[in-house]
Write a protein that binds this ligand. Structure first.
Ligand code: HPA
Length: 283
């Protein structure tokens, strides 16, 4: 990762957004953008206007950075995610985490759309990510020399913050939204998996699979942030004799889940300032 490029991006964001010290940063994955409507936007800027973040090519990702507030929580909202499979290197993927850190956010909320591997996971289900399997074959920290991202061999025992997971459980209960838990496996994409790959991931302990989230989670965790991950199951992962997969169907499922995502995120943000102020015990 080229830190000098990321500093340029930070300067552009500081010039475009009013001074802020957000409690959290939220990265909205495929189909999560409509769920952000309930948040009051104080300021916004397009990714295309932020050097090295660039324009998004993936449908379902608006590509806008917003400074939003809800119930006293100030959030740096990344409406759209850049992916490793887009081929732009690690800077666009890591930038939201870098910007969040530099602007003072201590909580990182990551959302995505995922293929359900566990039999009971149905399209539309929301899942707290309890742990992950990095099956991408790459890691954004390769070659890192910057102490911002923590020590070499950063501990990954508890990437997804346990108190924040309980906070999400409470938010789900308050908002009446059903939530399940599971292990997320990240693959590089940009193709869906074969049925054999899904059998292998299931045997390895994965409950859901997607092409994102893990890079940001491991960066945020290595840098000492509290990380929370929420997946929306947009389809059943590839199986023999099952319908073919496509992105448009996945976005349609997540779009239909928007009212539940919205209620969950709003309830979650109400409690985030409490957690943002607490030291992270494992950091
Ligand atoms: N596989 C990989 N990534 C995904 C899937 C899937 O089935 N669904 C949504 N993102």
């Amino acid at each position: 990762m080229n830190m000098a490029l990321m500093e340029e991006s930070l300067a552009a964001v500081c010039a475009r957004l009013p001074a802020c010290r957000p409690h959290c940063a939220l990265i909205a994955g495929s189909g999560w953008a409509p769920a952000l409507d309930a948040l009051a936007t104080r300021a916004r800027t397009r990714y295309a206007d932020i050097p090295h973040l660039g324009a998004l090519a993936v449908p379902g990702h608006p590509g806008e950075l917003r400074l939003a507030t809800h119930a006293g929580c100030e959030a740096l909202v990344f409406a759209g995610r850049r992916h490793w499979y887009e081929g732009g290197g690690w800077e666009p993927v890591a930038l939201p985490v870098y910007l969040a850190l530099k602007l003072g956010a201590s909580v990182l909320v990551l959302t995505n759309a995922a293929g359900g591997i566990r039999e009971d996971l149905a399209p539309g289900d929301l899942m707290t990510i309890t742990d992950h399997i990095n099956a991408m074959g790459v890691n954004p920290l390769v070659g890192n020399r910057d102490p911002l991202w923590g020590p070499l061999f950063a501990d990954q025992t508890c990437v997804y913050d346990a108190p924040l997971r309980l906070c999400l459980d409470a938010a789900a209960a308050r908002s009446g939204v059903a939530l399940t838990r599971g292990v997320y496996a990240a693959v590089s994409g940009p193709v869906y998996e074969t049925p054999a790959e899904i059998r292998a991931l299931r045997a390895a302990g994965a409950d859901a699979v997607g092409m994102s989230t893990v890079p940001e989670a491991l960066l945020g965790s290595a840098a000492g942030m509290r990380v929370l991950g929420i997946a929306c199951v947009s389809n059943r992962a590839a199986r023999s004799n099952a319908p073919r997969l496509n992105h448009a169907d996945a976005v349609a499922v997540t779009t239909a889940a928007a009212p539940r995502m919205r209620a969950l995120l709003c309830a979650l943000l109400e409690d985030i300032p409490k957690y943002a102020a607490l030291p992270r015990e494992s950091a």
